[in-house]
Design a protein around this ligand. Structure first.
Ligand SMILES: Nc1ncnc2c1ncn2[C@@H]1O[C@H](COP(=O)(O)OP(=O)(O)OP(=O)(O)O)[C@@H](O)[C@H]1O
Ligand SMILES: [Ca+2]
Length: 885
């Protein structure tokens, strides 16, 4: 049997029952998927729910508790043992529920960030998740793509791939379409095959999928690969370190309490259990889980705002961003190009019509053209031929496929009456594709008489030195420097009007001329200029202003002409009066030190190539900035990687830039960056909120026990009560704080210092001072009741227990803001209301439900008890709630 590479394209198509020009029909997809399997590499085993549940119990703190249960059981203290087991179990359930939710949302994230494939189905090119590609699919691949499945290449336009994931060889491999006779070739020698997971480094092409998923070459080695684990974010790491310190504190405190207690004649077993409970009180065991939940739910909110986080750590970094370097075209503008002006025969023509609408007219000096202008038809015709886009009519609107700049040229040609058949009048011999370094595109074509010629279009300032002739109404002339200046003037004129400019030219070739790139694109004949508008996106101006208020500078980086860039920057209010605009060639001249010197004053970088971006990122970073950087092309990947927050484009971005990025904009829109930053700041704020809540509660619990012991009083809370507060009633409000709405001023503060500790800006003081008061009021409640009713210790404990819980539940509202408790509407966060009500319910359950009373040693409380409880528990928030400190 022949291998796929030994068959011709049509043999492969026949064998796989697919029409090369029509693709598969959507009806057969499901069957094929069933038959050949999913196009996914099964490297990861989903962790089973049961394992996730068990994982909740491997925690250090939980192990201590289980040990305590065991000891209690052995000593015959069954009630204690049962109570602790109950609490541990409940805590495990809450933890499981949280983590399960977090994992679910992270999974969803993964599927959203998954690469897409460009396939022909039912005769139409569509984008589908790579995972849904099936055997027989006709797939288009181009520069920057990861190839979605193993395929037999049937069309290659200077197609080259880099197959190092497969072969370890990083030199590009040229891909051809002819069948190979030789048998037994290894993957790296099958030059007419494209392999899943390898990257297209040049050109574009089409292939027929022959293997998917685990049956691909990559699938064979995937089974050897290790599972990729989620990286711990820096914040989670710092919290883990904090946790270790707290364990030490817990152990010392426990020993202290136990020693004091035994000294004062408390029973050893009771002191042992009190020590364990206090240790649990000190360790904020809920914290890591809640951080994960807050991060993952925040990430979900971002998805709703069209921002996909690829690395969880970006959530944190987003809040620290101080500079956003953004592309212009497509990110700040709509990337909906319409040719509005033409420059031809030393004259400007204007063109009517909006967007990609195919109707429009040509005007000379405001008068509609009655007859053809010399060279116009030729120019627009060539613009169609040297072009890589296509137009599809859908009802009354035109859908474009490919580069919008190219599409605009097709549209303007249609307005002159040129048709699709005119476009294919010539035979395509060779194409040198457009890229951001070359800033031009060329094709070599042959007409019916066998005459060959070259058509070039690209950035005018790049092409101008390559023009030696130009077309006038009376034919071809030598382009003198005076004439060159006229063209330059015309370019500046259009660019000042925020038009994007493109020059077009040609060159006749001899049949035996070498088609070497370097030789080809010179001694060209200039035909004319296109000027097209690309309107700024509506939301962008406002987003730039909002960023500015948030202390974040927006910088435009574009491959476009400096004047066009400046004009758009002005429209967007991005460029202040004294702001600088730098061009690519100036960047080349400046040393790194010189660039650093001025970079804080630069707002626009124009005519840059992707290599410049890296220099720009580094310069900003050395100035102490945290840089967010966007990019869409393959060569943007290094700069994206080097930036603190790499941002790629969901629609126009290549797979390679997406892989390098930590944030994907689903809508390619600059305004989405602003929303992501806002959300990033909010998530960090929320983490601070529940850190404050949990730790201040813990401080209160320890202090009440410590003070009572030092005053030689009975313990105000019994161990299971402390455990209950810690593991059950604290958890829900903390979680709800993780879901809190942003404060009004999130985008009015300057970016947070990335090195700042989580306790910065007064949080540490707040935790201690509030915790202290919570401890004091709890102790007071205990003392007051105990004095009145000396004989009934359990009653005093129950009042203290209720006061502790209520003081925390009131304080939780104060945790929502760094300023006064009244700065926010307490009912805004409905999760918090639900959480507080649930915690109150759990408290009442323990107090009033008879079966639980012996376990928690609680007694019924009366109206006057509640008056005392409520009064005392409001004190901490009344004293501190008004102040900012
Ligand atoms: N399809 C194309 N064919 C030929 N030349 C093009 C094409 N697209 C753009 N150009 C020219 O190349 C220049 C640079 O384009 P490039 O795509 O690198 O940057 P950009 O899209 O203008 O800006 P940004 O970097 O903000 O996305 C354009 O100003 C235009 O003159
Ligand atoms: Ca705790």
């Amino acid at each position: 049997m022949n291998k796929w590479y030994q068959l011709s394209a049509s043999q492969v198509a026949k064998k796989l029952r697919v029409d090369i020009n029509h693709g598969l029909s959507s009806k057969e997809i499901d069957d094929r998927k069933k038959y050949y399997g999913e196009n996914a590499l099964q490297m990861e085993q989903q962790s089973a729910k049961f394992i996730l549940f068990l994982k909740q119990f491997q925690d250090f703190m939980v192990l201590i508790l289980l040990a305590a249960t065991l000891i209690a059981g052995m000593l015959g203290e069954y009630i204690d043992a049962i109570a602790i087991m109950l609490i541990v179990l409940l805590n495990g359930c809450i933890g499981f529920f949280q983590e399960f939710k977090a994992e679910k949302s992270l999974e969803k994230l993964k599927s959203l960030a998954a690469p897409v494939a460009h396939v022909l189905r039912d005769g139409i090119w569509v984008k589908i998740p790579s995972q849904d590609v099936v055997v027989g699919d006709i797939v288009k691949i181009s520069r920057g793509d990861r190839i979605p499945a193993d395929m037999r290449i049937i069309q290659s336009n200077t197609l080259e791939t880099e197959e190092s994931p497969l072969t370890g060889e990083s030199l590009p491999v040229v891909k051809t379409t002819e069948k190979i006779v030789q048998a037994g070739l290894e993957a790296q020698d099958q030059s007419n095959m494209g392999f899943k997971g390898t990257m297209v480094t040049r050109g574009h092409g089409v292939g027929i999928v022959v293997h998917v998923g685990m049956h691909t070459e990559m699938g064979h080695i995937a089974s050897l690969m290790v599972k990729t684990k989620r990286l711990i974010t820096p914040l989670e790491q710092r919290l883990a370190e904090l946790g270790k310190i707290l364990i030490l504190v817990a152990l010392s405190l426990t020993i202290l309490v136990v020693v004091i207690g035994i000294n004062q004649g408390h029973p050893v077993y009771q002191m042992f259990l009190a020590g364990v409970s206090l240790a649990v009180a000190v360790i904020p065991e809920g914290l890591p889980a809640i951080v994960t939940v807050a991060l993952s739910l925040g990430v979900q909110r971002m998805i709703r705002k069209k921002a996909i986080i690829r690395q969880l750590s970006a959530v944190e970094t987003l809040g620290t961003a101080s500079v956003i370097c953004s592309d212009k075209t497509g990110t700040m503008t709509e990337n909906k190009m319409t040719v509005k002006k033409l420059y031809i025969n030393n004259q400007f023509l204007s063109v009517s019509g909006d967007g990609y609408d195919l109707t429009g007219h040509f005007y000379l000096h405001k008068k509609k053209l009655a007859h053809d202008v010399p060279n116009l038809k030729r120019m627009l015709h060539y613009g169609m031929v040297c072009n890589h886009a296509s137009l599809n009519l859908k009802g009354h609107s035109t859908i474009i496929e490919g580069d919008p700049t190219d599409a605009a040229l097709l549209v303007v040609a249609r307005k002159l009456g040129l048709s699709e058949s005119d476009r294919h009048q010539f035979k395509l011999i060779k194409e040198i594709p457009f890229d951001s370094e070359r800033k031009r595109m060329s094709v070599v074509v042959e007409d019916d008489n066998g005459m060959r010629f070259l058509i070039v279009k690209g950035a005018p300032d790049v092409l101008l030195p390559r023009f030696t002739y130009y077309l006038t109404e009376s034919g071809r002339q030598v382009l003198t420097s005076v004439e060159k200046q006229k063209i330059e003037h015309a370019v500046n004129d259009m660019a000042d009007q925020a038009l994007r400019t493109l020059a077009i030219g040609f060159k006749p070739l001899q049949k035996n001329d070498h088609l070497n790139n370097f030789q080809l694109e010179k001694d060209l004949t200039f035909i004319g200029l296109y000027g097209m508008i690309d309107p700024p996106r509506k939301e962008v101006k406002e987003a730039i202003l909002a960023c500015k208020q948030a202390g974040i500078k927006t910088v435009m980086i574009t491959g476009d002409h400096v004047k066009t860039a400046r004009a758009i920057a002005k429209q967007l209010h991005l460029l202040p009066e004294d702001g600088l605009v730098l061009e690519g060639y100036e960047l080349n001249r400046l040393s790194f030190a010189e660039l650093k010197e001025i970079i804080d004053d630069v707002y626009v970088f124009a005519r840059v190539t992707p290599e410049h971006k890296l220099k720009i990122v580094k310069a900003f970073q050395e100035k102490g900035h945290v840089v967010a950087m966007t990019g869409d092309g393959v060569n943007d990947a290094p700069a994206i990687k080097a930036s603190n927050i790499g941002i790629s484009m969901g629609i126009s971005g290549t797979d390679v830039t997406k892989e390098a990025s930590s944030l994907i904009l689903m809508d390619d829109n600059f305004a989405t960056i602003k929303k992501a930053i806002e959300e990033g700041r909010n998530i960090y704020d929320n983490i601070r909120k529940f850190v404050r809540y949990l730790l201040s509660s813990n401080v209160g619990e320890i202090l009440v026990m410590l003070f009572a012991l030092m005053m030689a009083m009975p313990l105000p809370l019994i161990p299971v009560q402390i455990l209950w507060v810690n593991l059950v009633t604290d958890g829900l409000p903390a979680l709800a704080l993780g879901l809190d709405q942003p404060e009004d001023n999130v985008m009015e503060r300057s970016p947070r210092n990335p090195r700042e500790s989580i306790f910065a800006r007064g949080l540490g003081y707040k935790i201690l001072s509030r915790g202290f008061l919570i401890g004091i009021v709890t102790l007071l409640a205990f003392i007051i009741v105990f004095q009145q009713n000396n004989a009934f210790l359990e009653h005093a404990r129950t009042v203290a227990f209720a006061t502790l819980v209520m003081a925390q539940l009131i304080h939780v509202f104060d945790c929502r803001s760094d300023s006064s408790v009244f700065s926010r509407n307490p009912f805004e966060n409905r999760y918090l209301i639900i959480a507080v009500l649930s915690s109150i319910f759990l408290l009442l359950l323990v107090i009033y439900w008879a079966p639980l009373q012996p376990i928690f040693q609680t007694t019924y409380l009366f109206f006057h008890d509640w008056l005392l409880i409520i009064g005392l528990s409001m004190i901490p928030t009344i004293i501190f709630g008004f102040s900012k400190k």
